[in-house]
Design a binder for this molecule. Structure first.
Ligand code: UD2
Length: 315
């Protein structure tokens, strides 16, 4: 039976992948530094072997990769504004960490690394939907760092023959996403605030759009990427999304219904490094993985709001 490593296992996406693997009875190890991960996210993952460690430390990477066959690399500082405030920190925790992990994975004889790419790679190019043949045009330090990780994946496949798969996630949301930081994803922040009767703030005019992707779809794509034949997927980059988009203003209106919040949003200046519209072409993941979304946006948002309503994500 293969053994799996999940990096960022105390983070939102990492813990969700680990939970799905454990539910299948797999052997799972997780690593997290708790820079943004939360101990509360490890509740329910007691069957996972857990290492507290920082991937920027090569020794921690070596320890994490020992005896592992497949790595899901989810650890990152996942925020555009955080990277604008601290580009060096983002580089360390995204680029240095990814390179160290790849070096350790190769040395340990890991077979495959599946990498959490970001839709931010597409940047400001006006074409919609975004497809994988488009030239990347990152505009924030975060986007540059996540894209550098993608390129390292490709290089390790070409140069060393390590199997790598890049899944370019589009604005993932769902239960366990931290709502407490101003660097958190917008839907987590909005759910928390609106359920507490607090006014959310929309940066810009609210007409920016995103291909918001419910977490179960991302977990599903990862499991498919782990199982797919190397000749089909190794060295490839695939959008992981729903293939539809919605504006923040429209999303706010749905959340009003779901949360019972009766006020209006505040509007503030647009955020530096933000892109306006994001929408994925998901045909390639369909062809290579047999991926298609399993939970749509509205249902995902309903489940998410329910989770926060039930007390999830409280500090
Ligand atoms: C980027 C990536 C996403 C993922 C993420 C990091 C794009 C299109 N997406 O997400 O794939 O890598 O980074 O986890 O690059 N906003 C508000 N009010 C708030 C918070 C945010 O209006 O309180 C706005 C924000 O200005 C932006 C939108 O909501 O226009 C989405 O922001 P986000 O931080 O949730 O995600 P984003 O798009 O930077």
């Amino acid at each position: 039976m293969p053994s799996y490593l999940v990096t960022g296992a105390a983070g939102f996406i990492g813990r969700s992948i680990a939970a799905a693997l454990l539910a299948r009875g797999e052997t799972v190890r997780g690593i997290d530094s708790f820079i943004t991960g939360k101990r509360a996210n490890l509740v329910g993952l007691e069957a996972m072997e857990f290492i507290e460690g920082d991937l920027a430390d090569p020794a921690a990477c070596a320890k994490a990769c020992a005896g592992v066959e497949i790595v899901f690399h989810e650890a990152a500082l996942a925020s555009v504004p955080r990277s604008v405030a601290d580009p060096v920190g983002t580089n360390r925790n995204c680029v240095d960490a990814t390179l160290n992990l790849l070096v350790a994975a190769r040395a340990a004889g890991v077979r495959r690394v599946i990498y959490a790419g970001s839709s931010s790679a597409y940047g400001e190019s006006p074409t919609l939907p975004k497809h994988e043949q488009m030239l990347p045009a990152p505009i924030s330090p975060y986007a540059v760092a996540k894209l550098a990780g993608e390129h390292y994946m490709g290089a390790f496949t070409r140069v060393y023959g390590l199997e790598t798969v890049v899944l370019r996630y589009f604005n993932v949301f769902g239960p366990h996403q931290d709502p407490t930081s101003h660097y958190s994803g917008v839907l987590a922040i909005f759910c928390r605030r609106m359920l507490a009767g607090q006014q959310p703030t929309i940066f810009g005019n609210g007409e920016q759009s995103r291909d918001f992707t419910y977490i179960d779809n991302v977990v599903h794509a990862n499991l498919l990427a782990a199982a797919a034949p190397a000749e089909k997927v190794s060295g490839r980059t695939m959008n992981t999304a729903t293939g539809s988009r919605i504006t923040l203003n429209e999303t706010f209106a749905i959340l009003r219904e779901l949360t019972g919040y009766s006020g209006q949003p505040a509007y503030a200046e647009e955020r530096a490094g933000d892109i306006r519209d994001s929408l994925a072409d998901i045909r390639l993941a369909g062809e290579l993985l047999g991926y298609k979304p399993i939970v749509d946006f509205r249902e995902g948002l309903r489940r998410t709001a329910e989770w926060y309503r039930g007390g999830g994500g409280q500090e």
